[in-house]
Design a protein around this ligand. Structure first.
Ligand SMILES: O=C(O)CCC(=O)C(=O)O
Ligand SMILES: [Fe+2]
Length: 527
């Protein structure tokens, strides 16, 4: 699929450009054909009206007689042949060939892109009509959505069992439809919208509104069978509820209202509402650490860890005291970033997560991105970056994983998680034999126009990407236990593109650099 990385979606524009050229070609050939036929018709008409003035005189001229006969035999055959010849075939064949050469999105991509748009709408509290008008978080972009686009998004939500967004987008489709000039090629009618709206409104628990909409639908199409059945159901249900309110008791034997609209399985929510609220508020920049948390934080140059740093000190900014989280500025240079992106692009694979039971790597909707791994020895630039990571962390890099380069897709995100493996995840990092992930270094390789922050849900701390900076924190306490306070997430990218790379460092080899202890650390700085 392509929707999981914007870097890959760029290729779709190339596909589109080829399709446009192809369509242009088809239209030109079709127009030539029609022009030829039109000229022929004019010629026929001209001759015919001449002849009609005096039919006898016309045919009595042997030349005319010959030409008339010719027009209706060989000339006409040519017309028939041309009418019969379907100029579309060649162009369709071309498109079939392109399918194996060019990148085409699939239905899964369409669904992924739709779900992404809805996720952005929820996380950033974007109101439906602003989104439809191309406004994202107050910034007006050039794109607008037609009623057809809104209807499709509503339908997609319905298929995903997401009745909440179905109602929002079907209402928007209706509003837009009434504003737009009559469109005869529209794939849906007002009645279709009402049917989706009524059923989804019922699913959302509002039977009265569902009934009102069904009645409205029946005014348009009085014999709509399903709507008539649903109307009876809703009326009965409302009557029963009224009765129930008077005296308790309900036999609940009624048949459910019917819908033949397609439905797919939905995902269960994966993190609790309190954390979700914190996560979303952090993503929107609405939740900040308290002033007392911020008071102790400093910026400083790091010059003493290795001699090289006297020449090129690291620029450290503390962002959280306990657990200690810092940002290094100018931790990766533009030229390094360019090369790393170039190396990663052809190797992108959909990012996976580890199944906590089986240890297997699998894809999940809560992590939408593509990633690639780069080995230290592959290029001098990677070596330099890894050396700098050693300087930034004071940790041994022999036990570090390869550099993981990540590009997020439309609304790409990674929901709250720990980078370390928990006790129950016995099989995590199996085979590496390097212990748990003791530390994370997260390089930001792009600015992100809107959204895409890294947020620590229990620390109320958000890091907004700035190209060239790197975040660093320890995932484990001194006693080797995971520090649950490091739980973090990547917020959905609202606009712009987000590139990061991860360097995960493991426990093995850090014994003298960060000696372990029988106790947890208590607020002492890690570096
Ligand atoms: O992209 C981000 O901001 C965070 C990524 C992350 O947490 C991860 O890949 O483990
Ligand atoms: Fe992470």
């Amino acid at each position: 699929e392509v929707y999981t990385a914007l870097a890959e979606m760029e290729e779709l524009l190339e596909t589109e450009s080829v399709l446009i050229t192809n369509l242009e070609g088809y239209i030109r050939v079709q127009e030539d054909k029609l022009n030829f036929l039109k000229n022929k018709m004019d010629e026929y008409q001209r001759e015919h009206s001449d002849a009609s003035h005096d039919i006898t005189a016309y045919v009595s001229n042997p030349i005319n007689a010959y030409l008339l006969t010719k027009r209706l035999t060989t000339d006409w055959r040519q017309v028939e042949n041309l009418m019969e010849h379907d100029v579309g075939t060649d162009f369709l064949q071309n498109i079939t060939q392109y399918r194996s050469l060019l990148k085409f999105p699939s239905d899964e991509d369409l669904n992924g892109a739709a779900v992404a748009l809805l996720r952005l709408q929820d996380t950033y509290q974007l109101d439906t009509s602003s989104v439809a008008r191309g406004k994202l978080n107050g910034i007006q972009y050039s794109t607008e959505m037609s009623s057809d686009d809104c209807f499709e998004l509503g339908r997609q939500s319905y298929v995903n069992h997401d009745y909440y967004h179905t109602v929002l987008w079907m209402n928007e489709a209706m509003a837009r439809m009434l504003e737009e000039p009559t469109n005869h090629t529209q794939s849906f009618t007002k009645a279709d919208i009402l049917e989706y709206l009524a059923f989804s409104t019922y699913k959302e628990g509002n039977i009265e509104s569902a009934l009102t909409m069904t009645n409205e639908l029946l005014q348009l199409l009085p014999h709509h069978e399903r709507a008539n059945g649903n109307k009876r159901f809703y009326e009965k249900e409302i009557a029963q509820q009224l009765q129930l309110r008077k005296m308790k008791g309900d036999d609940g034997t009624d048949e459910m209202p019917k819908s033949d609209l397609p439905v797919a399985k939905s995902d269960p929510a994966i993190f609790d509402m309190t954390e979700r609220r914190a996560y979303e508020m952090l993503c929107r920049g609405e939740l900040k650490p308290s002033p007392s948390d911020l008071r102790s934080l400093r910026c400083r140059y790091v010059t003493n860890r290795v001699p090289f740093l006297r020449l090129g000190p690291l620029k450290l900014e503390e962002v959280h005291a306990d657990p200690y989280i810092v940002i290094y500025h100018d931790a990766m240079y533009d030229s390094e970033i360019d090369l790393i992106k170039r190396m990663a692009r052809p190797r992108f694979r959909r990012a996976t997560v580890q199944n906590s039971v089986t240890g297997a790597l699998e894809t999940a909707n809560y992590r939408i991105s593509k990633s690639a791994w780069l080995k230290t020895q592959e290029d001098r630039v990677i070596e330099t970056v890894v050396q700098r990571t050693a300087d930034m962390t004071g940790l041994d890099m022999d036990s570090a994983e390869e550099l993981q380069v990540v590009n997020y897709g439309i609304g790409g995100h990674y929901e709250p998680h720990f980078d370390f493996a928990r006790k129950e995840e016995q099989r995590a990092f199996e085979g590496l034999n390097l212990g748990n992930r003791i530390a994370t270094v997260l390089f930001y390789m792009s600015d992100v126009e809107q959204g895409g922050a890294t947020v620590f849900t229990s620390l109320h701390t958000a890091l907004f990407p700035k190209k060239g900076t790197a975040a660093f924190w320890m995932n484990l306490h001194r006693d080797g236990q995971g520090d649950v306070r490091t739980r973090h997430a990547a917020c959905p990218v609202l606009t712009g593109t987000k590139w990061v790379s991860n360097k995960w460092i493991h426990e093995r080899g850090q014994e003298f650099r960060r000696p372990c202890d029988l106790e947890e650390d208590h607020g002492e700085f890690a570096i």
